[in-house]
Write a protein that binds this ligand. Structure first.
Ligand SMILES: Cc1cc2nc3c(=O)[nH]c(=O)nc-3n(C[C@H](O)[C@H](O)[C@H](O)COP(=O)(O)O)c2cc1C
Length: 208
């Protein structure tokens, strides 16, 4: 794991407590090393069968960001942030490459059976259903990513307000992929809104 160039990393509770959606960013660039650390941490998220269907397009080109902003109904955070990550799931690629994600500890004679078992679980699903499942897994990595960024002193804003077909066209992504989030990322130029959440008692029941 490489050291961040910005700050001493925040703890997980500190990162969770201080993360807010940020829609205005300074023009401070995010070093490549920090981006790679954030993506590496996001990639440590868990997924069913370890399928890891998440993929990320990392956009810093101002012209591409301007086009993404237009695809996001003009939302200013897309152009304000120095980096926009586009998180998408690609189950077609993941299912075609299951040997890559099977744990090396699984013995050779069991690997083909494991792969066929996983493929069988998805066999009756349409492409849309498979990608909807993949998008659910991808959100886990997106959550990790937003906290990893905060921990290293950066801020993000998760966004679902965009036209996915336009985003695919801008980035040249295959038609079948699903995009759970655009994620502007950078150094905050505003505080964001204080957290306003349900009480724990409203979202959890302790079942004895
Ligand atoms: C999946 C997802 C999609 C979102 N889409 C947008 C969006 O398109 N535009 C926006 O301004 N905020 C968007 N938000 C931010 C939410 O409004 C925000 O997370 C929520 O109000 C809680 O505020 P906080 O993130 O500052 O704690 C999105 C958040 C999530 C998790």
């Amino acid at each position: 794991m490489t050291e961040t160039t910005l700050v001493k990393a925040l703890s997980v509770p500190e990162a969770i407590a201080t993360r807010r959606s940020i829609r205005k960013y300074t023009d401070q660039a995010v070093p490549q090393q920090d981006l790679e650390t954030i993506l590496q941490l996001a990639g440590l998220a868990p997924s069913a069968w370890n399928i890891q269907p998440w993929r990320f397009a990392v956009v810093t080109n101002p012209e591409v960001k301007a086009r993404l902003k237009a695809a996001a109904y003009g939302q200013g955070q897309v152009e304000s942030a120095p980096v926009v990550l586009v998180a998408y799931s690609d189950m077609q690629h993941a299912l075609a490459n299951l040997d890559d994600v099977l744990h090396p500890g699984i013995p050779a004679e069991q690997r083909e059976g494991s792969i066929q078992g996983i493929l069988g679980a998805f066999a009756g699903q349409s492409t849309e259903e498979q990608e909807a499942w993949g998008a659910g897994q991808t959100y886990i990595a997106v959550g990790y990513l937003s906290l990893a960024a905060r921990s290293l002193g950066y801020d993000t804003s998760l966004m679902l307000g965009f036209n996915p077909e336009q985003v695919k066209e801008i980035l040249g992504l295959p038609a079948h992929v699903r995009i759970p989030a655009l994620i502007p990322l950078g150094v905050a130029a505003e505080e964001g809104f204080p957290h306003f959440r349900y009480e724990t008692s409203q979202i959890a029941q302790f079942v004895n």
